[in-house]
Write a protein that binds this ligand. Structure first.
Ligand code: TXA
Ligand code: MG
Length: 347
C-alpha cells in the first residue's frame, strides 16, 4: 500500500510523479524523500496529526524534536520568533546545504514538531528532488531521518524499503545520498552559538563565518581518548544489530588487538566482523572484513558508514571490531557517529 516512485532526475515524467506524492503531504500523509545527507520521513509541519504519523512509522517515542525542511529562505520568517543576525550569515553561506539552525519558534510550530521546546530546527536541503518536492507540497516539511528507531540512518533506497515499506504513504527513491551523515545542527539561540551535532559543515567552516562557535560537551566528551566503558550499556542510536566496539591505539596496536580478539572467536559459533579501511584491510584474514573507504578521503568514509553497518547486519555479524579513526576537523562527525554506533565502548 506504500506508493513507491523512483526518480533519478527531474524530467517531465518525474515532475508529474513528484506532484502526485506532494499531494499526499497536503492530505496529511507521510512521504519519504531523498536529501543530500540521508533520506527523510516527512509530513506537513503545520499539521499535528500528520506529524504524529511520523513517530508511529519510525516506532519512536515522541521526545525528540523534528527538523523543519524548507525550499527557500523566505519560508523561515513565519516559523520563528526572530532571526538572529548570525543565523542570516549562515543561511547566506551554507544554504541550501547540510546545516540545521535552531532558533526560537513561532506559534505556528506545533508541539508535536518541537517536542514541547520553545525552539525549532530549520534546514534548507541541497538536493534537487527534495527542493522540488517541498516546493510542490506548499508547506514546510517536518522530517527526521527515514529509519526505524534504533537503526542506522538510510543512505540508499533499499535501506528505506527495509525499514519503512508498508508504514508510510509513499517513498521517493533516488540515487544514494551524497553525504551519508545527518546535517550539522547549531543552536543559534545562545551566544556564542553551539554545535549540537557535528556534520558535513565543519566547526572550522562555521568559525570562519561567525568567529567564536562552541561545541556541545555531548559531542566533545565522546572523543576524549581515555573514556572506556563496558560493552552492553548501549545507547540506542545508529546501532547495528551486532555488538560493536571501537579499537584504539597506534596503527600497529589496532591491527594486533583486532587479530588477537578475532582469534579468540575461532571455532566458536560467533560471527565476527571487522570495520577497516582500504589501507588496512590487508592486515586481517578472518571474519567479515569490510572497508569504510580510503583513510585519505574522510568524506568517502562518512558516506559509507551507515550502509556498512547495515551490511554487517545482513551478514548476521554478532561482534564487530571497528578501527578507530584519527580525530580532526574533517573526521569529527564521522567519529561521533562511529562511537555512538559502538555505544561508546572501546578496547
Ligand atoms: O540531515 C538531517 O538533518 C536529516 C535529514 C532528513 O534532513 N534529518 C535528521 O533528523 O537527521 P533527525 O530527527 O534524525 O535528527 C534531528 C536532530 C536530533 O538530534 C534532534 O534532537 C535535533 O536534531 N533537534 C531538532 N530540533 C531541535 C531543537 N529545537 N533543539 C535542539 N535539537 C533539535
Ligand atoms: Mg535520526
Amino acid at each position: 500500500k506504500t506508493r513507491i516512485i523512483d526518480i533519478e532526475s527531474l524530467d517531465e515524467a518525474g515532475e508529474k510523479e513528484l506532484q502526485a506524492v506532494a499531494a499526499l503531504i497536503k492530505n496529511g500523509e507521510t512521504v519519504v524523500f531523498p536529501t543530500e545527507t540521508v533520506y527523510g520521513l516527512g509530513a506537513n509541519a503545520f499539521d499535528p496529526e500528520a506529524v504524529k504519523k511520523i513517530f508511529v512509522a519510525k516506532g519512536r517515542p515522541n521526545d525528540n524534536p523534528l527538523i523543519v525542511h524548507i525550499s527557500e529562505i523566505a519560508q523561515v520568517e513565519p516559523l520563528v520568533a526572530e532571526i538572529p543576525k548570525k543565523a542570516i550569515k549562515l543561511m547566506e553561506v551554507f544554504w541550501p546545504g547540510p546545516l540545521t539552525l535552531i532558533m526560537k519558534k513561532s506559534a505556528r510550530i506545533p508541539d508535536e514538531v518541537s517536542a514541547g521546546l520553545d525552539t525549532v530546527g530549520i534546514r534548507f536541503p541541497d538536493h534537487p528532488i527534495a527542493r522540488a518536492f517541498i516546493k510542490m507540497s506548499g508547506c514546510p516539511i517536518a522530517a527526521p531521518s527515514a529509519n526505524r528507531s534504533g537503526r542506522p540512518s538510510p543512505t540508499q533506497g533499499k535501506h528505506v524499503l527495509e525499514d519503512l515499506d508498508g508504514r508510510v504513504a509513499a517513498i521517493i527513491l533516488s540515487a544514494d545520498t551524497e553525504i551519508g551523515l545527518e546535517s550539522t545542527v547549531i543552536d543559534m539561540t545562545v551566544e556564542p552559538p553551539v554545535v549540537l551535532r557535528p556534520g558535513d559543515v565543519t566547526v572550522a567552516e562555521l568559525r570562519e563565518v561567525l568567529g567564536e562557535v562552541a561545541v556541545s560537551s555531548n559531542v566533545t566528551k565522546n572523543v576524549v581518548p581515555e573514556k572506556v566503558s563496558s560493552p552492553g550499556m548501549k545507547y540506542t542510536h545508529y546501532s547495528p544489530k551486532g555488538e560493536m566496539v571501537v579499537v584504539k591505539g597506534t596503527k600497529k596496536e589496532i591491527s594486533e588487538k583486532i587479530n588477537n580478539a578475532v582469534a579468540r572467536y575461532r571455532g566458536k559459533p560467533m560471527t565476527v566482523g571487522i570495520l577497516a579501511s582500504d589501507e588496512t584491510m590487508g592486515c586481517y584474514h578472518e571474519g567479515f572484513i569490510i572497508s569504510l573507504g580510503s583513510q585519505k578521503d574522510p568524506r568517502e568514509m562518512a558516506k559509507n558508514l551507515f550502509s556498512r553497518l547495515r551490511t554487517f547486519d545482513e551478514l548476521g555479524v554478532e561482534r564487530i571490531f571497528a578501527e578507530d579513526i584519527p580525530l580532526n576537523n574533517e573526521t569529527l562527525a564521522l567519529i561521533n557517529r562511529l562511537y555512538k554506533a559502538a555505544g561508546y565502548t572501546f578496547i
